[in-house]
Design a protein around this ligand. Structure first.
Ligand SMILES: [Zn+2]
Length: 142
């Protein structure tokens, strides 16, 4: 039996800015999970395993397997690529919308490298979340 408790992932708050067209950007705080290569690999393998398991199950369904198998095989590859790249996973953003001025918590997900699009739930303005901590340092090409 495997240990079911998830390994502790470092959760950090990083300074960020929220910007929208025509309004000055406001300060925000983004909560991200820093995933180690091992944790990324585990999530990658799990996603691949689920999709390829479904593909394998689809093999035994007559006719439908022509569609199911290639669909789940390619879905597994897509999921694996997305998860393997999730070195910093965004959990939530707390800040003030630059358009309507409402302080709120934005629910978010997926990879967060330096910029991400968000929608304000109050005024439905498309906002751009920028990582304020790396914006200054990432300008130099590596
Ligand atoms: Zn708003």
């Amino acid at each position: 039996m495997e240990g079911s408790s998830p390994s502790i992932m470092p959760i950090v708050e990083i300074p960020a800015t929220l910007a929208s067209f025509g309004s000055p950007p406001t300060a925000a705080r983004a909560t991200v999970v820093i995933q180690t290569p091992g944790q990324r690999f585990a999530r990658t393998a799990a996603g691949l395993g689920v999709c390829w398991g479904l593909a394998l199950a689809g093999l035994f369904i007559p006719v439908a397997h022509f569609i199911l198998v290639p669909t789940f095989v390619s879905a597994g590859i897509v999921v694996a690529i997305l998860r393997a790249r999730e070195d910093r996973r965004l959990l939530k953003v707390v800040g003030v919308c630059p358009r309507c001025g409402v302080s709120q918590e934005f629910s978010a997900g997926g990879r967060f490298q330096s910029e991400k699009s968000l929608d304000c739930p109050k005024c439905h303005t498309r906002l751009t979340l920028s990582d304020a901590s790396t914006a200054a340092t990432e300008s130099t090409p590596s």
